[in-house]
Ligand binder design. Structure first.
Ligand code: PLP
Length: 413
């Protein structure tokens, strides 16, 4: 076995609590039974997470809180802020926890996500995707009318003119940041003169107020190895800093210079001018991020713990070397790397089949499961998994403490 997989394994085991696994037949509380037991934000019965019907999405509160605290303390000591991306959790309660910890706002990817957050009391919202259709622009401006702290991104002069006309027709001024392309050509305008000209246009349009820029370098977040990741992202953001300088020299607002993510949260402050990181996955973490390696551990990215898990039940254990569970693609997605069985060694999991998960034992498997047994999975990639569930169970020390609606689940428009 390579050192790499040993270190990763040690980390995953240390996050696990296999010893708390209860093999006895448990009641299996359905979602509606759990809802009935959750009155005015208080659980009326002591329910172990192992008593939940499956598949269920769970978040470990101790780990979640530690992740939020670590992000806050690291960014604060590096002299920047966090503006967490709510596309990851889609859950207003978590957005509020992030704001309470000191985040300057949240981000959303879609206008419907932003609407859902606002409806649930979240007001400091930066939408990082440009709205291009009349429908989306109308929705964004309607939201802006009621939400003073809603900021929108744009990446082209034509779009800026449309946004300004829409805002003006409603008798208001909308807040805008320029989305600058870090080189991946996914979204954003070319840094330098094109971005400067767009900012100058926005500054002169009657319906818009320029607030600064954003530059999210998605292509660097999952680069394996801390030094490689650091070198790549700092190099790719040089042009964004140049753009920031041009804005400043031209007297334009640079109040916001937002970028970065979970993979670069402790690197981004070295990009001069950057004000905040748009970190998403750090709240939950997932198998994709664990594999990239961190500054202190080259093999496992353990700055943040995996707080999000899926509970599954074994349906079939009668064949040698394997077992089948009830959590397949519809519960786990088909993203890679596959989910990891928490707290176990010597087994692998795949979720390629719609309804069924497949567990395979190696010779040194720590356990072999029986029909009806439950197991816990660290998710492959957190964002799309969250989008499969209506609610998540908030767990502390293995007991259900709360049930959180994933209010922006399915809000992809
Ligand atoms: C624009 C933008 N900002 C921030 C993020 C958050 O990234 P991460 O989950 O890697 O922290 C994403 C994720 O895809 C994104 O698209």
């Amino acid at each position: 076995m390579s050192t790499n997989s040993m270190s990763r394994r040690r980390f995953l085991q240390s996050t696990g609590a296999a010893a708390l696994w209860l093999p006895t037949a448990v009641k299996g509380y359905t979602s509606s039974e759990m809802q009935a037991l959750y009155v005015d934000g208080v659980m009326q019965e002591d329910v172990s997470k192992w008593g939940l019907d499956t598949p269920s999405l769970c978040v470990d509160l101790n780990v979640l809180e530690a992740n939020i605290a670590r992000m806050q303390s690291t960014t604060a000591s590096n002299g920047i802020a966090s503006r967490p991306h709510a596309k990851t959790h889609k859950t207003p309660i978590i957005a509020q926890m992030q704001l309470d910890s000191g985040s300057v706002g949240i981000c959303t990817a879609k206008v419907s996500e932003a609407e859902a957050m606002f409806q649930h009391g979240i007001e400091q919202i930066l939408m990082t995707t440009t709205n291009v259709t009349p429908t989306k622009i109308r929705r964004a401006m309607n939201l802006r009318e009621s939400c003073d702290d809603f900021i929108q991104a744009t990446d082209s002069p034509d779009n800026a003119r449309l946004l300004s006309a829409a805002a003006e027709s409603m008798g208001m001024v909308a807040d805008i940041v320029v989305d600058v392309d870090p080189g991946g050509h996914r979204t954003g305008i070319t840094p330098g003169q094109p971005a400067l000209q767009l900012a100058q246009l926005i500054d002169g349009l009657p319906g818009l107020r320029l607030r600064g820029l954003l530059c999210y370098d998605g292509g660097s977040q999952h680069v394996k190895g801390f030094e490689q990741r650091k070198n790549q992202t700092l190099e790719r953001l040089v042009a964004a800093t140049g753009t920031y300088d041009l804005f400043q020299q031209s007297g334009l607002s640079t109040e916001i210079f937002s970028g970065g993510g979970t993979g670069t949260y402790n690197i981004d402050h070295e990009t001069r001018g950057l004000t905040d990181v748009q970190v998403g996955s750090y709240v939950f973490m997932d198998a994709q991020y664990i594999d990239i390696g961190g500054e202190s551990d080259a093999e496992a990215y353990n700055d943040f713990g995996p707080s999000l898990t899926i509970l599954a039940t074994v349906l079939n254990a009668q064949y040698e070397g394997r077992a089948t569970t009830d959590a397949g693609a519809k519960s786990c997605t088909i993203n890679r790397p596959w989910p990891v069985v928490k707290g176990e060694t010597g087994m692998s999991y795949t979720s390629g089949s719609d309804e069924f998960g497949s567990l395979r034992y190696e010779d040194n498997a720590s356990r072999s499961y029986e029909v009806g047994d439950k197991l816990e999975l660290i998710v492959s990639h957190c964002d799309p998994v969250v989008n499969l569930y209506n609610q998540m169970y908030a767990i502390r020390n293995d007991r259900v403490e709360a049930i959180w609606p994933i209010a922006a689940r399915g809000m992809s428009a």
